[in-house]
Design a binder for this molecule. Structure first.
Ligand code: ZN
Length: 186
């Protein structure tokens, strides 16, 4: 992927020195909160406030726990996302966009902003996303196919455009209450 990687969850948790005392777990905004419906602003410059935001996002995401988070979910209307899924390095991206997508598949999706529910929606099979790596300031591309990363890229980039996965459901009756099955939230 070419990105400089942030520490994986296990390392993050195991090594307290990687966690600054100023890190914060931020309350996650829920569907109905207007910030989740805004088209988030572009990040114009990468400074320490952006790095702090990303660290808070990792902390909040891992605490939830979830596999992805977008800044509007913690009340910050900026185009910033973080994702940590199996078989891919964790990534944080600024101003991410989907540059290519193809195919269709059914996925069982959940969202930290819609707790307690999941729903079956259609996502792409192949996804190529592009965004700025917050550590290097360079543009990077992330490619994913038929896996959780492909789904998470579309899900998180939807978030910064004010879209929730529930928008793809025919109606609220299509929401499925979470069972005891392992859940994946983002
Ligand atoms: Zn979500």
């Amino acid at each position: 992927m070419g990105a400089v990687h942030w520490p994986r969850r296990a390392i993050w948790r195991r090594q307290p020195r990687l966690r600054s005392p100023s890190l914060a777990i931020i309350p996650i905004r829920r569907a109905g909160d207007p910030v989740l419906r805004e088209k988030a602003r572009r990040v114009r410059s990468v400074d320490s406030s952006i790095h702090k935001l990303i660290e808070d996002m990792w902390e909040t995401m891992y605490d939830a726990p979830g596999v992805g988070l977008a800044a509007p979910q913690i009340g910050i209307s900026l185009r910033v996302i973080v994702i940590d899924v199996p078989d891919h390095e964790p990534i944080a991206l600024l101003n991410p966009e989907i540059v290519k997508r193809s195919g269709e598949r059914q996925v069982d999706e959940g969202c930290l902003s819609v707790p307690g529910f999941r729903g079956e929606i259609t996502r792409s099979v192949k996804v190529v996303a592009q965004g700025t790596d917050p550590l290097t300031g360079k543009l990077v591309r992330v490619r994913a196919e038929d896996d959780l990363m492909a789904e998470a890229l579309e899900h998180e980039i939807d978030h910064i455009n004010g879209i929730l996965y529930i928008d793809y459901l025919p109606g609220p009756e299509a929401l499925i209450p979470m069972s005891d099955a392992p859940e994946v939230n983002r």
